[in-house]
Design a protein around this ligand. Structure first.
Ligand code: ADP
Ligand code: ADP
Ligand code: SF4
Length: 602
């Protein structure tokens, strides 16, 4: 067995603990050698993986959960690709990036997807685990001889590959980019495709705008468009669909397929929206392991079976179980709306609102929401969702019609989440300010919310140290912990992996059912939207010009309405029951359209 010990330096605080990890280590106590000691500068502990016996005592002793130790088979060592440093994350194997098809990559957050993108795009030279004395390319290539990715690495090593990357976090791009959309795209346009690409991705109308004024979705489309216009040999898209609505997701996916020919250029996409990843990819590779500790790249699978194996939690070619339990989405289109014996929490008649200054008009059809219900909202940005909610909260007065039951007790999670949206420095203080129960381990709320989202392990951390996914989980937790009648969550899935998306969806349902309150969830991952909501409300029209908010309906009717507008049909996977987008013009696509059954026909 090989030991991999990881010490998270952001958590390990020797000046704030009694160093029980070092005192209680049986190797330290009984032998001349030490397994764990303080680093030379005294700032963190260091574990010697050769002398450590992997008993796990220090892991339990550490009050900050800073230590992880796993025992892995020795055979794996020869596949070591990269290690960031002593007691840091270790990556085994690289996904099989080859010509001939788009490679989709799925995996938990912290499993090494971005590290992989950095290595394959030439931003990070793999050190084969030898961080102290990094190998040269000859040695690296010898290590990959006989693997699928060998041909790719040879080209990368001899400098004959040009790569283009859409980075994961768009917020960082917002801070560094300057100028108008047109200026930025003209600079990126090495293929002379500016006009065609912006038409396809739907940003031709915002060419004059300054990049700092763009919404999350607009910025995402700008970044993807810029990458598509680059004249590269290998293209990488790290989570290209966050902040996009369903129509935009499909557009961006088809733009990638239209403007990149995977038999001539390498294309890799990392994404957690399984329905769209399934639609855009030809092959799937899974990154599995233990988040933050180690990651292993799987062999390539066909797209359908790859997603199914991931959900099942078992990879047959590797003969490895990657998760104890399969992920089962409750994908049912049966009418789940509750019987309205209880008084509604929200009820509105037909509403009409116009903003003379911008010329935007919104028409809302009547509807109601009951205690314990989740209302899913589907629709693009700028279509009037916030205006509708503001009318329910009595902040904006409708020009015509009436809100019959409204509330101003709305707890809101905005779409974009950054450290600045939080009022306090630490995770704990933010949770406590929302509800004392959220930080009291004896309560139901702590168990259901703080512990289930894994926030109990990072209570003392400063929000500035959190990753995008961790910030998202904290924002969802703080929103749900507050006392409110209606919980409004705008895209709670952004930057979360599949497992985290499911935990968040379950949590929203439990809190709403338990507190007998209502939630309104704007969510564009259709698998998740289907899973979390009881009713669906579709916003249609022309963003920025006119919005029509349709009456809340059951899921099948709502999804059918939306998909019909998008001219997309969705079938069930016959093995797992999960929804899959039909290829446009395929037999099933034509057949479902002819029957008007756009979503999961029986
Ligand atoms: P993913 O993209 O799958 O979420 P990443 O590749 O970003 O995963 O990160 C995998 C692990 O590597 C994480 O635990 C992260 O903290 C760690 N890591 C990433 N970059 C560095 C770095 N420069 N130094 C040390 N550790 C890093
Ligand atoms: P969404 O929440 O779906 O993104 P909003 O309700 O925020 O949509 O906005 C819909 C449209 O109304 C946008 O074009 C926006 O610019 C416009 N709008 C929103 N609030 C005002 C206002 N107070 N005055 C003028 N126009 C507004
Ligand atoms: Fe020591 Fe056990 Fe921790 Fe290894 S796992 S450093 S042997 S306490």
């Amino acid at each position: 067995m090989t030991r991999v010990a990881v010490i998270d330096r952001a958590f390990c605080k020797p000046d704030k603990c009694s160093l029980e990890c070092i005192r209680f280590c049986p190797v330290n106590r009984s032998r001349k050698v030490k397994a764990i000691e303080l680093s030379a500068d005294g700032k963190h502990a260091v574990i010697n993986e050769n002398t450590c016996i992997g008993c796990g005592i220090c892991v339990k002793k550490c009050p900050f959960n800073a230590i992880s130790i796993v025992n892995l088979p020795d055979e794996l060592e020869k596949f070591t690709v990269h290690r960031y440093g002593e007691n840091m994350f270790k990556l085994y194997g690289l996904p099989p990036l080859t010509l001939g098809g788009i490679l989709g990559v799925i995996g938990r957050n912290g499993s090494g997807k971005t590290t992989t993108v950095k290595i394959l795009s030439g931003q990070l030279k793999p050190n084969l685990g030898n961080y102290a004395n990094p190998p040269d390319w000859d040695k690296i290539l010898r290590a990959f001889r006989g693997t699928e990715v060998n041909a790719y690495l040879q080209k990368l090593a001899n400098g004959s590959l040009k790569t283009a990357v859409k980075p994961q976090y768009i917020e960082a791009a917002r801070r560094v980019l300057k100028g108008s959309v047109r200026e930025l795209l003209e600079k990126a346009d090495e293929r002379g495709l500016l006009k065609e690409v912006v038409e396809k991705t739907g940003i031709s109308g915002i060419m004059g705008r300054d990049v700092r004024e763009l919404s999350g979705g607009e910025l995402q489309k700008l970044l993807v468009s810029a990458v598509l216009m680059k004249n590269a040999d290998a293209y990488f898209f790290d989570e290209p669909f966050s902040y996009l609505d369903v129509r935009e997701r499909v557009r961006v996916a088809s733009a990638i397929r239209e403007f990149l020919n995977p038999s001539k250029v390498y294309v890799m996409i990392v994404e957690h929206d399984l329905m769209i990843l399934d639609y855009v990819s030809d092959y799937i590779a899974v990154l599995y392991g233990e988040p933050g500790v180690y990651g292993i790249a799987s062999k390539p699978y066909g797209v359908r079976s790859g997603v199914n194996f991931y959900l099942e939690g078992y990879l047959p070619a590797e003969n490895i179980r990657i998760r104890k339990e399969p992920i089962r989405f409750r994908i049912s289109v049966a009418d789940r709306s509750k019987h309205p014996e209880e008084y509604p929490i929200l009820k509105w008649g037909n509403l009409w609102k116009a903003y003379p200054s911008s010329g935007f008009k919104l028409i809302v059809e009547e509807g109601e929401v009951h205690p314990g219900e989740v209302l899913g909202i589907l629709g693009p940005n700028g279509i009037g969702k916030s205006t509708f909610i503001s009318m329910l909260a009595n902040v904006v007065k409708p020009d015509k019609g009436e809100v019959l039951v409204g509330t101003d007790k709305i707890s809101y999670k905005p779409q974009e989440v950054s450290p600045s949206i939080f009022g306090f420095e630490t995770v704990k203080d933010n949770l406590a300010s929302a509800s004392k129960d959220a930080v009291d381990p004896t309560t139901w709320l702590y168990d259901e919310l703080t512990r289930r989202l894994g926030l109990n392990k990072m209570l003392d951390r400063n929000v500035r140290e959190l990753s995008g996914g961790e910030l998202q989980k904290l924002a969802v937790a703080v929103t749900l912990a507050r006392d409110a009648d209606v919980y409004l969550l705008d895209e709670p899935s952004a930057y979360l992996d599949v497992e985290e998306r499911i935990s968040v969806a379950r949590l929203i349902r439990r809190i709403v059912e338990e507190k007998r309150k209502a939630a309104i969830v704007v969510e564009h991952d259709l698998l998740l939207q289907n899973y979390v909501s009881d009713k669906i409300m579709v916003f249609t029209g022309r963003p920025g010009v006119e919005g029509v908010a349709l009456k809340p309906t059951d899921i099948r009717t709502g999804f059918n309405n939306l998909l019909k507008q998008l001219d997309i049909t969705v079938r069930r996977d016959h093995e797992t029951g999960r929804p899959r987008i039909n290829k446009p013009g395929s037999y099933l696509d034509r057949e479902q359209k002819s029957r008007g059954e756009y979503y999961l026909p029986d």
